[in-house]
Design a protein around this ligand. Structure first.
Ligand SMILES: [Fe+2]
Ligand SMILES: [Fe+2]
Length: 275
């Protein structure tokens, strides 16, 4: 079994500052890292699917290095709209595959046990929406043809409408071109995304697509199409993708905070129930 944990949308701030006045994103990311460290068995790798920072500020990247540096396994990062591809290459050069990448976009392939990770860059400088671009899509097509190994394709902006109006307005632009590239490849086990701050499952290009919840604040479930963007503190969570030999990828939702329990199912054993 190969285990890939996915955390997303950390929105880290300079030390001592909160996000949108009320979300202590640094504290929440620290708790997410503690939750990952407590897992047994530990994940083989961690994917951070974008919006590592809130304002692409070097002081925020210092927090990224400090908090994610506590993880002993490889941590793969991709940019979100709140980050910057160039800033990440400069500030997070020690993260796997980041320093070695070149060009305006930060994309790469990594081998994680039985899985292959194709990490994409949807960041558009100064814009909240996402775009892959022709050059990256051509590279993706070649990369998918190069190996039949079970593959996870990761990108920050999901290429699907979610029904959350304010998030769909800042979605991915070149979805039709991406669909064309992905559809022929049966070895794509999953498309994984962030950006929406909610757990969502859909299909895209004949594959399963999952959007992970944030380790910090969540987006309010508002499907009236006119939502103007509220967040709340529904439970912070992350995904644990397990590649199970002979089957494929199975995804567990796991929570950042601790809850009551565990309790045994057999506590009432030997107790006779009234007739
Ligand atoms: Fe985000
Ligand atoms: Fe985002």
């Amino acid at each position: 079994m190969t285990l890939l944990a996915q955390i997303t949308d950390l929105h880290l701030r300079p030390s001592g500052l909160t996000c949108y006045r009320v979300s202590d994103t640094n504290m929440r990311a620290e708790r997410a890292v503690q939750a990952l460290l407590a897992l047994s068995p530990r994940p083989d790798a961690v994917l951070v699917s974008g919006d590592l920072t809130d304002k692409d500020d070097p002081r925020e990247y210092a927090q990224v290095r400090r908090i994610l540096g506590k993880l002993p396994m490889p941590v793969y990062v991709i940019p979100g709209n709140h980050d910057g591809s160039d800033t990440m290459r400069r500030e997070l050069a020690e993260f796997p595959c980041v320093g070695a990448s070149s060009g305006s976009k930060l994309y790469y392939t990594a081998e994680i046990g039985d899985l292959r990770l194709i990490a994409l860059d949807t960041h558009v400088p100064g814009q909240p929406h996402g775009e892959l671009g022709e050059e990256q899509l051509a590279w993706l097509s070649d990369e998918l043809s190069a190996s039949d190994k079970p593959t996870v394709v990761a990108l920050h902006h999901p290429p699907i409408p979610t029904g959350l109006g304010h998030m769909d307005r800042i979605g991915l632009k070149d979805t039709a071109a991406l669909q064309k590239v992905l559809r022929p490849h049966g070895h794509i086990e999953r498309i994984v995304c962030g950006h929406v701050h909610r757990p969502i499952t859909a299909s895209f290009a004949g594959k399963t697509l999952t959007i992970a919840p944030s380790t910090a604040h969540q987006v309010v479930l508002d499907l009236d199409g006119n939502g103007s963007g509220y967040f709340n503190f529904e439970p912070a969570a992350y995904y644990l993708h397990a590649y199970i030999d002979g089957f494929g990828l199975v995804t567990h939702t796991a929570y950042v905070e601790n809850f009551e329990g565990p309790f045994p199912f057999w506590a009432d054993e030997g107790v006779s129930w009234p007739g």
